[in-house]
Design a protein around this ligand. Sequence first.
Ligand SMILES: [Zn+2]
Length: 197
Amino acid sequence: MRRLFGMTVLAVAAGLALVLVVGLVSAAPAGAKPDPRWRFYTHDTTRYTSPWFAGARRIMVPFGCTRAPYYDPDPRCAHRRGFHHGIDVAMPCGTPIYAGHRGRVLRPSVPGTPGPAYGVHPFRLRSGPHDILIGHARRVYVRPGQLVHRGQLIARASDSGAPDGCHLHFEVRPNDGGYTTAIAPRRYLELTPRARP
Ligand SMILES: [Zn+2]
């Protein structure tokens, strides 16, 4: 009986330890509190780091034809699906966004100015032959004409223009291109899967 009691105590202690460890691990990514409005239109559950943002984050909507309901049907896509012109990366409101490339902030008068669907302060960085568009930022720390260096804090993620919660919309176009000219942006985002502990 005493032996049985001892084993029960051990089992309870082991269970408590497990709960503690699981709790610590799930709490580990600081500031990664999920936004209840996020909807993920990809099977990729990997968390990625990038020179463009702080922390390790999940892709919410990839580039290209998508089941996500926010876009008009596009002739490139079957089943009247819409086309997403960038990559959406889910991140809590206020997450720092950095310049992953050196570039110059374009003036809004340059052709290809993004519309209100990109939020109140969308802006573009010209980096060589590409214009990199940052959408849904609310606090923007750079001004038109400014030269920014890699690693510079340029904005913070928000839900401006984004009913599906705070995220970064990252889009790449040829110089002066409109949204229909957007190209697959993934290699510019330089995503690296977060190392498993
Ligand atoms: Zn988007």
